[in-house]
Design a protein around this ligand. Structure first.
Ligand code: NAP
Length: 278
């Protein structure tokens, strides 16, 4: 039996075990997915321990996504983003990937939303904002990062410009600003990602409803609740909406495929994820 797992602190609320175990069941894979909760300073040590103990692969979540870089050989994307959320422990050294970036891309792709040539706006410059910005810069005509703390948006935009996820890819214009810059960007945008925590605790949105329009596709990284105020406003404006569970699903799908080499049973994983979210 293969063992996979999640390294985070806390991990009690995690939706990854039911999602991955649904995939093993659907494909008849003899494996289990468990959670590991090391101390806050022990992320890299946890990766070394998992490899020593024969764990096949782990996902990595808050607060360890940057720390585990010290314990892995990062793939290009993970090195560019500066964060790892998936580790293949079967290699020596373990290989680190960032499947959050791919999760954003595949969430849009699954809904038939074109990323190539798009004008994209990412709201937020934390972990999810970094993943979304690196995901959308490639092939986009333009990317604008807006964040409450404008300096963090500037830093992220500079990182994307200086070290894009794929150095050979076309990177359009990359700009940054505070949340007040949304008014000048969202009305002409094709893609919008909310990567802030706004909408989780309270029924608020970081993007004024009046800026949303029917030619926009909106991904909200927030998945609890699934139906955020931003997505309700976007739907009312006629926009295409993609909830945060799709991003969560596709980072897991990508991790599963990296680990097993098999095509992930996307529907089974999605059903299990949405059942767990309920
Ligand atoms: P994080 O690193 O802590 O970043 C938080 C972001 O939210 C920062 O940009 C912060 O701005 C902004 N923010 C916080 N409070 C705000 C407020 N009142 N008004 C405006 N902006 C505010 O968090 P994270 O890990 O990126 O997570 C962000 C969200 O994405 C969470 O809801 C998380 O659950 C979700 N997420 C989803 C997935 C998925 O797969 N669907 C994956 C990862 C994360 P400042 O820089 O100004 O503080």
């Amino acid at each position: 039996m293969d063992v996979y797992g999640l390294v985070g602190n806390p991990v009690g609320h995690s939706l990854s075990p039911p999602m991955h175990e649904a995939a093993y069941d659907a494909l008849g894979i003899d494996a289990r997915y468990v959670t590991f909760e090391p101390d806050a300073d022990a992320g890299a040590a946890a990766i070394e321990a998992a490899s020593t103990l024969g764990v096949a692969g782990v996902n990595v979540t808050v607060p360890f996504k940057r720390d585990v870089l010290a314990a892995v050989e990062p793939a290009d994307l993970a090195a560019a983003v500066g964060a790892v959320n998936t580790v293949d422990c079967s290699t020596d050294p373990p290989r680190g990937y960032n499947t959050d970036v791919v999760g954003v891309r595949r969430a849009f792709d699954y809904h038939g939303v074109a990323r190539e040539g798009a004008d994209a706006v990412v709201v937020g410059a934390g972990g999810a904002g970094r993943a979304a910005a690196f995901a959308l810069a490639e092939g986009a005509a333009s990317l604008h990062v807006a964040n409450r703390t404008a300096e963090r948006a500037e830093e992220l935009a500079a990182a994307v410009r200086e070290a894009p996820a794929d150095p050979t890819a076309d990177i359009g214009t990359v700009t940054a600003g505070g949340l007040d810059s949304l008014a000048g960007r969202v009305p002409d945008a094709d893609l919008l990602v909310n990567a802030t925590t706004v909408g989780m605790e309270t029924d608020e949105t970081p993007v004024p409803a009046g800026l949303l329009h029917a030619d926009l596709a909106v991904l909200d990284a927030v998945y609890a609740p699934l139906e955020t105020r931003l997505l309700r406003d976007a739907r009312a404006a006629g926009a295409t909406t993609v909830d945060g569970a799709w991003m969560l699903l596709f980072q897991g799908v990508e991790a599963f495929e990296r680990w097993t080499g098999a095509d992930a049973p996307v529907d089974a994983m999605n059903d299990a994820l949405r059942a767990a979210l309920e």
